[in-house]
Ligand binder design. Structure first.
Ligand code: PMP
Length: 307
């Protein structure tokens, strides 16, 4: 991934992709203390390429840094501009963007007190997180043997680098079992989220999703709340058990990378009819309308990259 053309915004400068390097004693590489975002830009109907919910992502990035006590020497406006710049400068029409705030190699050990935060924003073309058919037919999921983070072990409201060890263990286990994603339960045994997605279920026309206690405050999750409200659907946040998912009529994951992804099977049981359900399909299609600028009432979600 490092050997390609393009530029990466690195501490305020556009650096050639191949030269955007750090030292092996980079602190974040050793202990995982860093924060990041996953953001997408889409080609829209009338405004060219736009970054979807850029301000919300930047706000969450700064909240994550605040939780982790990492000072940021850039303003939100400067980082927003950096996002637009890397999409433009890499000539991307659609893109996945990865801003990250991390500690450099100024010091080693947990007690290092001379660390500096560094910031990158990279962008590349990443059309589909899973197979393109997954969006239509849905995916197979298994409940993970790995428990999701506990609120007092790691800070669940932060999108922190080290948190993703847990996600990777769970995802690998699910893939090894012939599934496409893992469903992680919280320390009490209730449904939390996927390795990189929030989860929703539908039962008798009502949509349910876990409370935010131990799952990430997903930006796509919030988008789905708004789109569901626009259509007059009710969404209830509540504790959900894995067997409630087994007997749901529909289930789907949401995330910036995964977008809106139907779940057709959990632990070998079909969810509903074992295919994308009608409410999932409606919200999924509205989501793509939103990101591609086809919804007049949600234009404020789009940040055009054009100068
Ligand atoms: N949960 C986890 C663990 C994630 O990594 C993500 C992806 N950022 C999400 C949920 C979904 O969040 P969002 O919709 O903001 O991408």
């Amino acid at each position: 991934f490092a050997d390609r053309d393009g530029v990466i915004w690195f501490d305020g400068e556009l650096v050639p992709w191949r030269d955007a390097k750090v030292h092996v004693l980079t602190h974040t590489l050793h202990y995982g203390m860093g924060v990041f975002e996953g953001v997408r830009a889409y080609e829209t109907q009338n405004d060219g390429t736009c970054i979807f919910k850029l301000q919300e992502h930047t706000n969450r990035l700064f909240r994550s840094a605040h939780i982790m006590n990492m000072p940021v020497s850039w303003t939100k406006e400067q980082l927003n501009e950096a996002h637009k710049l890397v999409v433009r400068e890499n000539n991307l029409h659609e893109a996945y963007l990865r801003p990250m705030i991390f500690y450099g190699s100024e010091g080693m050990g947990l007690r290092a007190d001379n660390l500096k935060t560094h910031v990158i924003v990279a962008a590349w073309n990443w059309p589909s997180y899973m197979s393109p058919e997954a969006k239509e037919v849905g995916i197979k999921v298994r409940t993970s043997s790995y428990t999701r983070h506990h609120v007092n072990i790691s800070m669940c409201k932060a999108k922190a680098n080290g948190h993703y060890i847990n996600s990777m263990l769970a995802l690998k286990e699910a893939l090894d079992c012939g599934c496409e994603e893992a469903l992680l339960l919280d320390t009490e045994g209730y449904v939390a989220e996927g390795s990189g997605e929030n989860i929703f279920i539908v039962r008798d026309g009502v949509i349910y999703t876990p409370e935010l206690t131990s799952c990430l405050d997903g930006i796509t999750r919030a988008t789905i709340f708004q789109l569901a409200a626009d259509c007059g659907y009710t969404i209830k946040e509540k504790r959900i058990t894995r067997d409630e998912v087994y007997v749901a009529d529909e289930a789907f994951f949401t995330g910036t990378a995964a977008e809106v992804l139907p779940i057709r099977m959990l632990d070998g049981r079909n969810i509903g009819e074992g295919k994308r359900g009608p409410i999932t399909e409606r919200l999924q299609s509205l989501y793509f309308d939103a990101v591609k600028g086809r919804l007049d009432n949600h234009h404020d979600w789009l940040a055009p990259i054009a100068k």
